[in-house]
Design a protein around this ligand. Structure first.
Ligand code: ACO
Length: 431
């Protein structure tokens, strides 16, 4: 990736030595490596300490833009609200991966290619069958995506653009199949093969819910809601899982292994697992009468209000607004989820409470998505899978960008060593 023009500099004075250094500021950032010139005799070069990367950019990226203070999210410059309103998930996936919206012929080709790769190797089915009856579907998805690297060993040659594109198409096409089968497994139901007459979202619903009917027909309002949810979850710049994909991918491993690492990161309750945690929390609160006590517990540090707060958004998460609207449309079909009243009241109280206001804690994407998923009859264990499926396009867009970025190196952070130094081994009888 090319570097923008350097117009500014930072002067740093090292008070240990009195020496001044001039450091270039590019696009509002200094290069941490430029600090290496600052050192004292016999000491290590100056470095930064930044657990959780709270103020460190790990890449230059043109995929997704977030302004957390203003509550703005854009994919390739297009506002999320417009994409959710007008686009389809596969069109958005194309946009993320290619940088531009497809024209009609490009979209047709892309949809055709994805549709033709929805089937997985039959042995994958055997692999999934081997899981315990109550295996978490996210663990099953992660393992099966990882296993795909063994079915497509050529994926390691991803520097060849054709090989790379084929793996991208395969992964986006096959994750709904794997996710749906993980769900069927947990239900003890036979796996349903993809139906290539159906759209991406319809086919996914069919693989999840089809029983003996010859052709599965989903309610178009639910298909639209799923498309919107998929669009909202497609990418979110350098989040924990995108970072995991880039970090693991930086070793030169195949993209299936890199995406499997992303799925592992997403599994955690502080990331994609939060909507599952929100549902469990709402169930535990049970009635609106218990909200007061619950909020007091959160403020006393006993637990977190799941679905609230975000590392980047210090304002209402724009995705949460769109999802809130989608809940009404879904509940028109499914009937209202009774937990909605608790969620709405909880949000109202939290948005007025000084604890949350002071810390700029607003509902994030996970606060309402779980309610929709539950209304669609998904068990909480499936929620993160429903996040991972669309996020696959974002992970791959991030991975692809990293692969083509000459600035990138194998991810290998420094540490500040605080342990013991060079001491003699102590024999067992002297400890
Ligand atoms: N409930 C109560 N207090 C909270 C919450 C919450 N949900 N989130 C943050 N805080 C408090 C912290 O305790 C801290 O308070 P303090 O200053 O008194 O110590 C302050 O707000 C700042 O929080 P941090 O933990 O420093 O914020 P960070 O950016 O590291 O964490 C995170 C962001 C992980 C999302 C956090 O807000 C959280 O755990 N939220 C709940 C889980 C959740 O909903 N995750 C989904 C995120 S969206 C996604 O991944 C798709």
């Amino acid at each position: 990736m090319t570097e923008g023009p350097t117009t500014d500099t930072l002067t740093v004075r090292d008070n240990r030595t009195g020496t001044e250094y001039e450091i270039a500021i590019t696009d509002g950032h200094i290069r941490a490596a430029d600090l290496k010139q600052i050192s004292i005799e016999g000491g290590d070069p100056l470095a930064t300490y930044d657990p959780g990367f709270v103020n460190t950019a790990a890449c230059r990226s043109a995929v997704t833009y977030i302004d957390g203070d203003a509550g703005v999210l854009e994919y390739r410059g297009y506002p999320i609200e417009q994409l959710a309103e007008n686009s389809t998930y596969l069109e958005v996936a194309y946009l993320l991966l290619n940088g531009e919206l497809p024209n009609s012929a490009q979209l047709d080709t892309w949809v055709h290619e994805v549709t033709n790769h929805t089937f997985v190797h039959e042995n994958m089915k055997n692999l999934m069958h081997a899981f315990r009856y109550n295996a978490h579907p996210m663990g099953m998805l992660q393992s099966s995506v990882s296993a795909m690297s063994t079915f497509y060993p050529e994926a390691i040659n991803f520097t060849d653009p054709e090989v790379r594109q084929l793996q991208i198409t395969r992964m986006i096409a096959k994750v709904p199949t794997l996710g749906a089968w993980a769900f069927r497994h947990s239900q003890g139901k036979p796996y349903v093969y993809p139906d290539n007459d159906l759209s991406y979202a319809e086919n996914f619903l069919a693989m999840l819910f089809k029983m003996s009917e010859p052709k599965y027909e989903a309610d178009p309002r639910l298909v639209k809601a799923l498309e919107v949810l998929f669009i909202l979850h497609a990418d979110h710049e350098q989040n924990c899982s995108a970072n995991a994909v880039r970090s693991v991918g930086s070793s030169g491993v195949d993209p299936y292994s890199a995406v499997a690492a992303g799925i592992g990161a997403l599994y955690g309750p502080l990331h994609g697992g939060a909507n599952e945690a929100v549902l469990r929390m709402l169930r535990r609160i049970k009635t609106t009468d218990n909200i007061g006590d619950f909020i007091e517990g959160v403020k006393a540090g006993k637990e977190k209000l799941m679905g609230f707060g975000h590392r980047v958004y210090k304002n209402y998460d724009p995705r949460a607004k769109i999802i809130k609207k989608a809940t009404d449309e879904v509940f028109e079909v499914t009937g209202k989820n009774p937990l909605l009243d608790i969620a709405t009241e909880l949000e109202k109280i939290a948005l007025e409470d000084e604890y949350f206001v002071k810390r700029k804690l607003y509902p994030n994407v996970d606060f309402y998505s779980g309610l929709i998923y539950e209304a669609l009859q998904f068990p909480p264990e499936m929620f993160t899978v429903l996040f991972a499926i669309p996020r696959t396009s974002g992970w791959l867009a991030q991975w692809q960008e990293m692969v083509g970025d000459s600035d990138q190196k194998i991810a290998r952070p420094k540490q500040v060593y605080i342990g013991e130094r060079t001491r003699d081994y102590v024999p067992m009888n002297q400890r």
